[in-house]
Design a binder for this molecule. Structure first.
Ligand code: NDP
Ligand code: 8X3
Length: 253
């Protein structure tokens, strides 16, 4: 296993849920972490918890120029990152495609597709040049299995899944690994964001079952990143044990 103290990990979407748990998993094991998000107060909280192990970056990953500037001007020793966790993302709405908000669709594409592209394109060259790196994506089961109302969210995660595979095709043999983490139901702020702050509706998503937690997913990221460098975990698909595949629906007359 790799010593986590040899890792410097960029985590986007670090202010909540899966990203925050991943910051804590890695920094708790002695890795350096660059914690990225828009909410400065949350970033400050992580800095207060871990001190010099954490560098914070207030950044909207939808901003192409800001993303390239931020990642190219990291201070030492954080500029020697060897893991990039492109995790920032969101769902907006659960309406069918013929009723969904076009603005919601654009927000998801801007964040889950373009934000991921900017993050990876801004950081990958340095890891290839150093011949040491690991790009970890947060995909989703929604990127493989369709469900009613998943429309653009699912499509954005299908993009992530194929982008991860294609990036790996380019970097394999260059010392850079690529992993797509594909979780199912995980209790975070995800549903509250999806339903525009409607806490009651968000709570119902996780009612009467045991969802996965951010910590469950962080453990998967940690596992993939600390395996010896000759091992590449292509993807990890996981679900809450009370979740399953939607039945293949038949819409009868
Ligand atoms: P949360 O809402 O708890 O966390 C989302 C994170 O993304 C926050 O830290 C948020 O930070 C950040 N973020 C969102 N938009 C931007 C932006 N434009 N720029 C920078 N940061 C941004 O949800 P999760 O932890 O669940 O979500 C993390 C990832 O996991 C997402 O990609 C999501 O699609 C995916 N996922 C979630 C599942 C679930 O069931 N929860 C299952 C499968 C995948 P801030 O607002 O401070 O910028
Ligand atoms: C989030 C998982 O099933 O809510 O990516 O779409 S799901």
């Amino acid at each position: 296993m790799l010593d986590p103290r040899t890792l410097t990990v960029i985590v986007t979407g670090a202010t909540s849920g899966i990203g925050a748990a991943t910051v804590r998993r890695f920094a708790g094991a002695g890795a350096r972490v660059v914690a990225v998000g828009r909410r400065a107060d949350r970033l400050e909280g992580l800095k207060a918890e871990f001190g010099d192990l954490v560098h914070t970056l207030e950044l909207d990953v939808r901003d192409e120029a800001a993303t390239f500037t931020a990642f190219s001007s990291l201070p030492a020793p954080f500029d020697a990152y060897n893991v990039v966790f492109a995790n920032a993302g969101l769902a907006r709405g659960l309406e069918p495609a013929y009723e969904a908000s076009l603005d919601d669709w654009k927000t998801m594409v801007d964040t889950n597709v373009n934000g991921v592209l900017y993050t990876v394109r801004a950081t990958l060259p340095a890891m290839v040049a150093r011949r040491e790196g690991h790009v970890v994506f947060t995909g989703s089961v929604a990127g493989t299995y369709a469900y009613p109302g998943g429309n653009v969210y699912g499509a954005s995660k299908a993009f992530v899944k194929l982008f991860a595979m294609n990036v790996y095709a380019d970097v394999a043999g260059k010392g850079v690994r690529v992993t797509n983490i594909e979780p199912g139901l995980t209790e975070t702020e995800f549903s509250s964001v999806r339903f525009a702050g409607d806490a009651g509706r968000a709570e119902k998503v996780y009612a009467d079952m045991a969802p996965m937690t951010g910590e469950d997913i962080a453990e998967q990221v940690f596992f993939a990143c600390t395996l010896p460098r000759h091992v590449n975990i292509n993807s990890i698909e996981s679900m809450a044990a009370q979740q399953t595949f939607a039945p293949l629906a038949v819409k009868r007359d």
